[in-house]
Design a protein around this ligand. Structure first.
Ligand code: FEO
Length: 394
């Protein structure tokens, strides 16, 4: 990616990772970007770096604008290595004594990541740094999504550099929201569902702070994906909605299958839900990535999970998904369980316990069918689906 001037004297000098398809367990079908921002004022500042293998792209982009040695300050909004991995080589290039502005926890975390005694300048929430004609203000955003996370606000231009917040794993020809349109929202939603959902309360608190400080945004620049310049309010409003964890009348049927019996049950359950006039989406975990399923969980009212019993337990893919979902702490969900079994049939009970542990409202003890569902079994599944459909309508 060439550097892009996003506003006068402000550049995205980051890198595009076209081919990444697995971002620590999150499927990135469209790759991603590691945005980093250079502000050229009386002082020159670099906000964040890039993942380590992309250092050359970063430094080439910076060099097209200024000699990297002229950078006066580095801002580290977040320690995670997709934004800090390039930092050691950046510091070596620009001068090891240059100040790095970060949160207090950021200072500790950078030291633990890189074992370097750099010139850390820990900032206060609301603290400022003058660049000459312009001013940076730092906003502590602890647990959005790491303890060290902070945002940086360019006061005069009303531009927010929001680290992971409002990001999307998306690499494409478009660089701004007005170029890609609403198609970007599914990527933003997936990002929220898989990275930020468990911090929903912190997001709502952040929105209150934004209102309290009366902050206005001409542009929101996340470290991943496109920049919001046409309608920053769109993503702010979406974050409020997603954080509230309200859901429509949607049922998700998540399952895996050994000999298609649990799949047959899933399809009949979905048929029953549909007969109640409720939207339903079956997702087979062998074909749907956990992070795509989680995106659908976010606005589903009911999550119905099915597994065959394998060696007295749940199928490994189902176990994987339960672990993943548990960590993301979805709220306000109805739960139900089902599965085919041969002789012992523990899987449904194991899943039920897991969902109860996640505070799902269970509407049924669960539907288990031995071996292959016959006509009576199919009808039981349809009835089970109708019961779920009715529950989400109340
Ligand atoms: Fe994009 Fe939390 O790193």
């Amino acid at each position: 990616m060439e550097p892009i001037e996003i506003a006068k004297g402000i550049y995205n000098v980051g890198a595009v990772d076209w081919n990444i398809r697995d971002f620590h367990g999150y499927s990135t079908h469209n790759g991603t970007t590691y945005n980093a921002f250079l502000i050229v004022d009386e002082k020159i500042v670099l906000i964040d770096t890039v993942k380590k293998p992309f250092f050359d792209q970063l430094i080439e982009n910076i060099s097209r604008i200024v000699d990297p040695r002229k950078i006066d300050y580095v801002i580290s909004n977040h320690t995670e290595m997709d934004h800090s991995g390039g930092l050691p080589r950046v510091m070596h290039r620009i001068g090891e004594d240059k100040p790095i502005y970060c949160s207090k926890i950021g200072e500790k975390n950078l030291a633990k990541h890189f074992s370097q005694k750099w010139n850390y300048q820990a900032v206060e929430n609301g603290g400022t740094l003058s660049l000459g004609r312009r001013t940076l203000q730092f906003l502590e955003t602890r647990m959005l999504h790491w303890p060290d996370s902070m945002f940086t606000y360019l006061v005069e231009d009303k531009i927010l550099f929001s680290s992971d917040g409002f990001g999307q794993h998306y690499a494409g020809p478009e660089k701004f929201d007005d170029q890609v349109g609403d198609a970007i929202m599914i990527h933003a939603k997936k990002y929220f569902a898989n990275i930020l959902l468990l911090y929903s309360a912190n997001v709502l608190k952040l929105m209150e702070t934004v209102n309290e400080f009366g902050l206005e945004f001409n542009m929101i620049c996340p470290d991943h994906g496109i920049i919001w310049r046409k309608d920053p309010k769109k993503i702010l409003d979406a974050y409020v909605e997603w954080s509230q964890q309200k859901s429509g009348q949607k049922v998700l049927v998540v399952y895996d299958t050994m000999w298609n019996s649990t799949e047959q049950m899933a399809e009949k359950i979905a048929e029953g839900v549909s007969r109640e006039g409720v939207e339903v989406r079956p997702m087979n975990l062998r074909h749907c990535h956990r992070s795509d399923v989680m995106t659908e969980v976010m606005d589903a009212r009911a999550v119905v999970i099915g597994s065959p019993t394998l060696n007295n337990n749940v199928f490994p893919t189902v176990s994987d998904f339960l672990t993943y979902m548990k960590g993301l702490k979805p709220k306000n969900k109805i739960g139900a369980v089902f599965g085919s079994y041969g002789w012992s049939g523990e899987a449904a009970g194991v899943i039920k316990s897991e969902l109860e542990g996640m505070k799902f409202t269970m509407i049924d003890p669960g539907l288990k069918i031995q071996y292959v569902p016959d006509q009576e079994g199919n009808e039981a599944c349809i009835e089970f689906g109708r019961k779920i459909g009715k529950a989400v309508k109340t």
